[in-house]
Design a protein around this ligand. Structure first.
Ligand SMILES: Cc1ncc(COP(=O)(O)O)c(C=O)c1O
Length: 431
């Protein structure tokens, strides 16, 4: 049996910086500064510079960052926030916890990020701009639509220009979910320049969960923004609504970034550009190794994108068999994400299903994330590629043409279908 190939390696990358990381802890012990203080302020200023924004506010997690950004941007309880269903549940948890309701928009088949055409269709056919207030109102529910959260999935930004233009026309706030996209670049045709994830909306949320491209040694997150007032509100929200100790302007949360995590993140931020470049190189290598595999769809990077490959996700019709096949060969893979959010039990009976989400449903059944992490060796990549080739010869080459992308046209949604029935049909089709 071959050595195991892990999905990611959280041990080796820390080895050559152990001394620097331990020094952060020693410093906290020496000064007694565990919450707030210069370590947090320094990291905030370094990460704002990295993202090209005026402000960064450190918080307890990516979920905190999303929730605080929504509240600080003025998303009112009872309003609607639009996002995609193929994301981690934190995106929609934050919407619900801000008191708003989620409406889902389908994704683009090739980038797995929000399809601006579908967003346009939703806004044009289901919403109207109130001539008195300028607010966008969802016709059927009569609720205001207040914000849109594009998710920069797998390390690649959504196509932000058309989304931003729609948001401007319909008076919606754009909050980026950049939790998987530290350092990802987007070429804005509107601004005629490359911009970083985190600087593409009114505010952005980052997670520093340990497995992220920039990961803490525990929980951490941040909001980036150019909006001074929004940054100020997030600072108040993360600290129990207090601007000054024990003077509470409002109720807030315990959502601070602690000083040890901030110090650790500063040490690791210096290495992030190198790690991201390594991830891009590993992705290029995989692309070349898989170039002869007709029935495997590799990640696509449109000309406007320079992704940072938080995950390397391929698509194949026999996904579950492939995962088992690789597991037998000691290769660990992941599924991001196997069940789209509108079909999760947590959302049974919620009225968020107002558009067809067939692309999200279809891709959820076909995607598989392969091992990719800084420090992965060429030998490990070749072993993954060889196993995949063996699987293709045994299982995929027998599949009839036409090409994979055209085969799956099943749609499980019809207008007015409640979530429960859509979910049953989805799971039946999958079993
Ligand atoms: C797309 C996305 N959004 C939000 C989050 C939430 O971040 P955290 O786990 O730090 O709360 C994550 C983290 O997994 C994520 O991947």
């Amino acid at each position: 049996m071959h050595d195991p190939i892990p999905f990611l390696d959280l041990v080796t990358p820390h080895e050559d910086m152990t001394e620097e990381l331990v020094a952060v802890f020693r410093d906290a012990l020496r000064t007694g500064r565990f919450i707030g203080g210069p370590a947090v302020e320094d990291f905030e200023s370094e990460f704002a510079t990295f993202c090209g924004t005026r402000f960064c506010v450190g918080v307890g997690s990516g979920t905190d960052a999303l929730r605080f950004a929504l509240i600080a941007a003025g998303v009112a309880p009872g309003s609607i926030v639009v996002t995609v269903p193929n994301t981690f549940i934190a995106t929609t948890e934050a919407i619900s916890q801000a008191g708003a309701q989620t409406h889902f928009i389908d994704i683009d088949e090739w980038t797995y990020t929000m399809d601006a055409k579908k967003l346009k269709e939703y806004l044009e056919t289901q919403c109207v701009i109130d001539s008195q207030t300028g607010k966008t109102i969802h016709r059927r529910s009569q609720r205001p639509v207040s914000a849109v959260i594009p998710v920069h999935l797998y390390g690649q930004t959504a196509d932000m220009d058309p989304i931003s233009m729609l948001a401007e026309h319909y008076n919606l706030v754009v909050i980026e979910d950049a939790c998987q996209a530290h350092g990802a670049m987007y070429f804005s045709r509107n601004d005629d320049r490359w911009k970083k994830a985190g600087s593409l909306g009114r505010a952005a949320a980052f997670s520093f969960y340990p497995g992220k491209n920039l990961g803490a040694c525990g929980e951490a997150g941040a909001v980036t923004t150019d909006d001074e007032e929004l940054a100020r509100k997030v600072r108040v929200l993360r600290d129990h609504g207090q601007r000054k100790k024990y003077y509470h302007d409002m109720e807030g949360y315990n959502g601070r970034l602690d000083a040890i995590q901030a110090g650790i993140l500063s040490v690791k931020l210096r290495r992030l550009p190198g790690w991201n470049e390594e991830r891009r190189q590993l992705a290029r290598c995989y692309n070349e190794l898989f170039s002869a595999q007709e029935r495997i769809i590799i990640p696509r990077e449109p000309p406007w994108s320079r992704g940072v490959y938080h995950l390397y996700v391929i698509r194949t019709q026999r996904r579950d068999e492939l995962q088992a096949f690789l597991a037998e060969r000691n290769i660990t893979t992941g599924l991001h994400y196997p069940v789209p959010l509108h079909l999760q039990k947590a959302y049974a009976g919620t009225p968020g299903l107002v558009t067809s989400l067939s692309v999200s449903e279809r891709t959820a059944a076909e995607i598989i994330s392969l091992p990719l992490f800084p420090g992965m060796t060429a030998l490990q990549q070749v072993r993954v590629a060889d196993a995949l080739k063996e699987f293709a010869t045994l299982c995929l080459d027998k599949l009839e043409k036409p090409a994979l992308a055209n085969l799956a046209t099943r749609t499980s949604w019809t207008p007015g279908m409640p979530n429960r029935r859509a979910r049953e049909r989805y799971h039946l089709a999958r079993d």
